[in-house]
Write a protein that binds this ligand. Structure first.
Ligand code: GLA
Length: 395
């Protein structure tokens, strides 16, 4: 089984990032911050419908060593990049000026400046263990690391949800990705050993729901299929537009406002192409509520069937699954996992599987064998525990 190693001790990673910063920029950083990637337990494609989600932060983080500058320059470097330092001027930042990974951090400065915050430049060095292209929100981790660092460096005193909104604006307005707010809320506001109950209409009201995965004899596998279907980019925007059109046809501010009891009538009233989208969103919001209740009762194993039902809804109604994610879910369930589903936006990316402690290798092996039999590259498998959100690290 190709299981990724557990994250290296954060202190030594932070010290290494500070050393690398010194070598690059000739001075010590003002601090080192960390922001995690995420998996979403349930509540997919609900955030931009003003609905509910239940993400948790991953132990994998993006570290940022940063030092404020007084001359308005922004310099960026990543340990995972091509070795070059990107040199920009904060006052010149505008959508389209920067492309590639640097658009996420630069976009945060653009969003802060646009919101009227008095910020200056900085030297930044990133070092990340969040897998990229796996649907685990590596871009949100980049944005949120910058947001929390800038909050401190420039004494902005923003709340977690305010920082998440800035990071989302960077992604929407600067990087050009029309995402909702879930990934950024997860990266900023999650806490260890809990899932985040998010109401996307009022992110300020988020709640921590205890998720004692290990204590209840369970493990969570994150299985990266290593496929990304190109369809994803345009499809996300058009699904979002379809939901907005359906809400408008129903005379509602957002699909979140459609009560489950009125779903059958709404489905009859809507055009055939929109009805399944609405059915997914309404039933998915209900699944979030159910999952939160089960966790609050201390019954994490009861999440299993909820996850699997969520996958069926994403596959059959929302149609954002793909053969590879379906195959992982089927193989994990056949190997005895109590529940499994694709996580994130879809069209590839990762699957989460809830498994009983001790069954990780067996489930991982079955998935890997099923992948080999279908001619796919072996998936990357890691074990996740609910970890902390963005924070400053002590050096
Ligand atoms: C992506 C987006 C999120 C959310 C999910 C689907 O991860 O960034 O805002 O919409 O897809 O739940």
């Amino acid at each position: 089984m190709n299981r990724t190693a557990q994250p290296e001790d954060e202190h030594s990673r932070a010290a290494r990032a500070a050393d690398a910063f010194h070598q690059l920029y000739g001075a010590s950083p003002d601090g080192v911050w960390a922001a995690p990637g995420r998996v979403n337990l349930i509540g997919e494609h609900t955030d931009y419908n003003d609905g509910f989600a239940l993400p948790m932060a991953l132990p994998q983080t993006t570290l940022l060593a940063a030092r404020a500058r007084t001359d308005g320059r922004l310099r960026l470097h990543s340990a995972q990049g091509d070795g070059r330092i990107t040199d920009l001027v904060v006052a010149d930042l505008a959508p389209g000026v920067v492309t590639g990974w640097t658009s996420y951090p630069a976009g945060v400065l653009w969003a802060l400046a646009g919101a009227g915050y008095g910020i200056g430049g900085a030297d930044l060095h990133f070092d990340s263990t969040v897998p990229t292209g796996a649907g685990l929100s590596s871009s949100a981790a980049l944005e949120c690391a910058v947001a929390v660092a800038y909050d401190e460096l420039y004494r902005l005193a923003l709340t977690g949800p305010e920082l998440a909104r800035i990071a989302q604006r960077a992604e929407n307005g600067f990087a050009g990705v029309p995402c909702g707010i879930m990934d950024q809320m997860a990266s900023v506001c999650c806490t260890a050993e809990a899932a985040l109950h998010l109401d996307a209409r009022s992110p300020e009201s988020h709640r921590q729901v205890p998720f004692d995965l290990l204590g209840q004899g369970l493990r969570l596998l994150v299985i990266d299929t290593r496929v990304t279907h190109d369809l994803g980019d345009g499809a996300y925007a058009s699904l979002r537009a379809g939901c907005e059109r359906a809400a408008a046809l129903l005379g509602l501010p957002a699909l979140r406002d459609l009560p489950a009891a009125e779903l059958p009538r709404a489905l009859r009233a809507l055009p055939a192409e929109l009805a399944p989208l609405v059915r997914h969103v309404v039933t998915e919001n209900a699944r979030v509520g159910e999952a939160v209740s089960r966790l609050e009762e201390g019954d994490a194993a009861a999440l299993g069937p909820i996850l699997t039902a969520g996958h069926a809804s994403l596959r059959d109604d929302y149609r954002v699954s793909c053969p590879e994610t379906d195959l992982v879910v089927t193989a994990a369930l056949a190997a005895g996992a109590p529940g499994a589903r694709m996580t994130g936006g879809g069209f590839g990316g990762s699957v989460i599987a809830l498994v009983e402690a001790g069954r990780q290798d067996a489930v991982g092996r079955s998935v890997t064998e099923a992948f080999a039999a279908a001619g796919h590259r072996p998936p990357h498998i890691l074990e996740a525990t609910p970890a902390a959100g963005a924070r400053r690290l002590v050096l």
